[in-house]
Design a protein around this ligand. Sequence first.
Ligand code: APR
Length: 232
Amino acid sequence: MTVRNIVILTGAGISAESGVATFRGPGGLWEGHRVEDVCTPEALARDPETVHRFYDLRREALAGVEPNAAHHALARLDREWPGELLIVTQNVDDLHERAGAARMLHMHGELLSALCTGCGARNEWRGPLPPGSECPRCGAAALRPDIVFFGEIPRKMERIEAALSGCDLFVSIGTSGAVYPAAGFVQLARHYGAETLELNLEASEGSLLFDDSRMGPAGTLVPAWVEEMLGG
Ligand code: APR
């Protein structure tokens, strides 16, 4: 099959070699924190200081971090691939953008953005975001982390589903396949007849659903796969 349209799903594993913590597995963020305390609308209402501080620390940790070879390889594919291509990231870091990726979207929000619950504005935000911070657009003391919490609707699902329905190849990189709807994208892609490839450090919950599943660090596997796709 001539591969024309590609959808690429990335998870925390693609940023691991840049030094960004993953969620599950040794040292993962969910080892040190309960999701219920820092990543639900109820937690934000009950204890905004703790929720805001959790994201302040993750935003701070991004300061000294650089895109790795996997981010750069995907940005090269984005630039050089003649067919349609969409990078759907579950990550809230900006490493894909900083590597130069353009055809991409964040389905779980962005760490470097603050969302106004008053006027809906998204504001670039790089420093601490204490509860009660005022919206630069409407002035309301109504800013929250621009992150999709558990129980909230992921972003841009219509665009993602449209891309999946038209893709010939679905590639999943650095994700445990533990969280829906992202974990279900491989089934959707298969339903539409796409080939499916997984590039991950270890077997994930969905590995058996992929036509091909390659195990190893993204920093090695992704550049090799992009070379393969672009014909060396
Ligand atoms: N290269 C490739 N894969 C790696 C690497 C690496 N260097 N290091 C870790 N991995 C893999 C792990 O084996 C694991 O399968 O990346 C995956 C990371 O899994 P998670 O920590 O569960 O992260 P992710 O899949 O992105 O989580 C999905 O869950 O908590 C929510 O919203 C959060 O977006 C997140 C979602």
